[in-house]
Ligand binder design. Sequence first.
Ligand SMILES: [Fe+2]
Ligand SMILES: [Fe+2]
Length: 364
Amino acid sequence: MKVLFIGSAESKAFFQKALTGHAEITADKNADACVVEVSDASTLFRLPKKFGVPTFFYITKKDRQILEAMKDFRISGIFFPPLKEEDVVKKLTDGNKQPDTANGGEFDTLKAKIIAKAENIPPLPALARELVRLTRNDKTKMKDFVDQIKKDQGLSSRIIKLVNSPFYGLRQEISSIDRATVLMGLNTVKNLALAVSTESFYNKNFSLLKTTGQEIWQHSFMVAMLCEAIGKAAGEDEDALYLAGLMHDMGKTVIVDFLVKEAATIEDERTQLGTDHCAVGELVLTKWSVVKSIAEAVRGHHEKGRDRFSQILYFANQMHKAKNIDEVNDLIDDCAMAMNLPPEAISSVVLPILETEEEEDAAS
Ligand SMILES: [Fe+2]
Ligand SMILES: [Fe+2]
């Protein structure tokens, strides 16, 4: 395979090294694929809109003008710094294997735009970023973070509101983060802080997905709690599962901007966009440096999955979407079987969460 590289000598050397054994970088116009380094919007104005071979842009800086102008190009993929050798190989070789879609490659351009959008998603708030990295074993650090949470008025009051929701079944009203920490533990407070810090990402119009941002967030919060509970029962990493549940539908916040008509199902998303919120969710999570296993589980959350971790996310999501108790019970049985546990081990932790929500809904 021959790859035509247009760009700086330094980047060319990187691609050359990364592709050793897979492809050869040439200056030959008759290559099998093309990589164009784009460092400012004016580079784009000099390029043809359509290339005869799979073409990739290496966008060296995230400049709104470039991303805006890029919309007019038909490309197979985008690279952003920092470049990683394995990404270069994977994207270039995959891109080449991809047959043209029924839409004559239109999806590739759309996909590139969606990828660019996912890559440009605003970062998680600094505190949340630290919390994502934190493990439950790191007690002293966690204590520091709780101190930081306390300093943030908005965050604290939102957490306190959640603490007092029926899910936690506390008999007394909690009015401080300190009290919440004593009663529920550092870890729960940490997880609530994470939940609150993702809320702003859902602050947009989701009518084309036939839902609202508040509804998706609420669903994600519930799935996080279900994941955590099942994880605990099954002896899996409940913290990581909570995070997976919390962020599993994050891809929706990106794809919704590209829909042109209603998409009620994941198949609708694929028909319209050539991709879906699961794949895009993985990109966002990777961008946020969430560990790979979680990002991968998010990618597969609409399929039953092979490993226990992904299966828990799948079942938690399905349980919360289930329309009636029979469906829930079937899912509990399947989940118990997959986890090698008696059904009661799952139902005893899952049903209280689902029932509390019903009570809350009825009350409001
Ligand atoms: Fe989903
Ligand atoms: Fe979901």
